[in-house]
Design a protein around this ligand. Structure first.
Ligand code: NDP
Length: 332
């Protein structure tokens, strides 16, 4: 049954698929949390490329909807009988359900993670989804160890920046790709030992030169269409191809024999499958918060926008104008 409407809040609503202009700032009704739920007033909302995929229809959901899968806020109401949560708690969430581009939202209490007091709202919102993704990629999909050489595409992006910092701390030799000089400087600061501008030089040749023909142990590829085939060519024998996104479009199909040439491993992970249980979710979040607190991971919040201007944030993210994390701020 629908929740009883109690008040109106502002939210970004998508009624038709399309460009950034389909993100509309509207009044929406919000109800009381039901059993097992909490209501959260969002303060800082993380923008992720996945929000673009839903807006364009690359990933499907029913219309109309409010996008967003990451936010930090203050609990304003708890559902009947719920223990362990109270009004005023600061919580973060990243993943399911969608709907964080809103002044307030209702969430299952099971997805909310307490934010340590040492971590501020904006930092937490910039690092939850992206940091847990980095954890999945570096600790679970292909376990990076000292002595490994790895290639990270979009190394100055939100996830990319964290991957570089973390992989460097794990003792890997890190090669990163970026599209301009400013991003190259950032990637170096984040621990990339070698940075390639893949809009100016052929990254396959560059990786081949850097590794003196040996290739890399793993590629972390979120760019997709424009890089996937080249990424395979960068791998050493028995290397791991970790394809985790498609910012430039879906990669062309491959055949099994593309992997057989050098006994490659291929995986296409999604964060939600690695945080599906409360224990796994908490473990990932704890690991990320602990690395933030100890200074191993630094949040790069390079772009703030008011929540009402989410369309501008999407336009900049898609135009490759952003680096690090993009955060929407709500003052309600
Ligand atoms: P980013 O900040 O990394 O933004 C995307 C970056 O990709 C751009 O800044 C740009 O960097 C690069 N890029 C290359 N080609 C294009 C193109 N044609 N259009 C746009 N960007 C391009 O975004 P996020 O940190 O939010 O996400 C990074 C990737 O990780 C995304 O693909 C996302 O879907 C994926 N992801 C996957 C998850 C999973 O569970 N599988 C979870 C979280 C994220 P440059 O200018 O240097 O080329």
């Amino acid at each position: 049954a629908a929740a009883t409407p109690v008040k109106m809040v502002k939210a970004v609503v998508i009624r038709e698929l399309g460009g950034p202009e389909v993100l509309k700032w509207e009044d929406v009704e919000i109800g009381e949390p039901k059993e097992g739920e909490i209501r959260v007033k969002n303060k800082a909302i993380g923008v992720n490329f996945i929000d673009v995929y839903y807006r364009k229809g690359v990933y499907k959901t029913d219309l109309p909807f409010t996008p967003g899968r990451e936010a930090v806020g203050i609990v304003t109401a708890v559902g009947p009988g719920l223990t362990g949560r109270k009004v005023g708690d600061v919580v973060a969430y990243a993943g399911d359900p969608m709907g964080s581009y809103a002044e307030e939202q209702i969430l299952p209490a099971s997805v909310a993670i307490p934010v340590p007091s040492s971590v501020d709202f904006n930092v937490a919102a910039s690092i939850m989804l992206k940091g847990m993704t980095a954890h999945m990629l570096l600790r679970r999909c292909f376990k990076v160890e000292p002595g490994h050489t790895i290639l990270i595409h979009a190394a100055a992006g939100g996830v990319g920046s964290l991957l570089c910092q973390w992989a460097n701390a794990l003792g890997a030799t890190v090669i990163g790709t970026v599209s301009n000089e400013e991003k190259a400087v950032q990637a170096k600061e984040d621990g990339c030992h070698h940075v390639i501008n893949y809009t100016k030089e052929d990254f396959v040749t560059a990786v081949n030169n850097i590794t003196t023909g040996k290739g890399v142990h793993a590629v972390y590829d979120s760019v997709g269409k424009d890089t996937f085939q080249g990424s395979l060519q960068c791998l050493a024998s028995r290397g791991y191809m970790v394809s985790f996104g498609q910012s430039s479009g879906l990669p062309d199909p491959i055949t099994i024999t593309d992997l057989a040439s050098k006994s490659f491993f291929l995986t296409r992970p999604s964060l939600m499958h690695f945080t599906a249980t409360r224990d796994e979710l908490l473990e990932s979040a704890r690991e990320v918060f602990s690395l933030v607190s100890s200074g191993v991971l630094k949040a790069r919040i390079n772009h703030f926008y008011p929540l009402s201007e989410a369309a501008r944030a999407h336009a900049d993210l898609e135009a490759r104008k952003t680096s690090g994390s993009v955060v929407l701020v709500s003052d309600s």
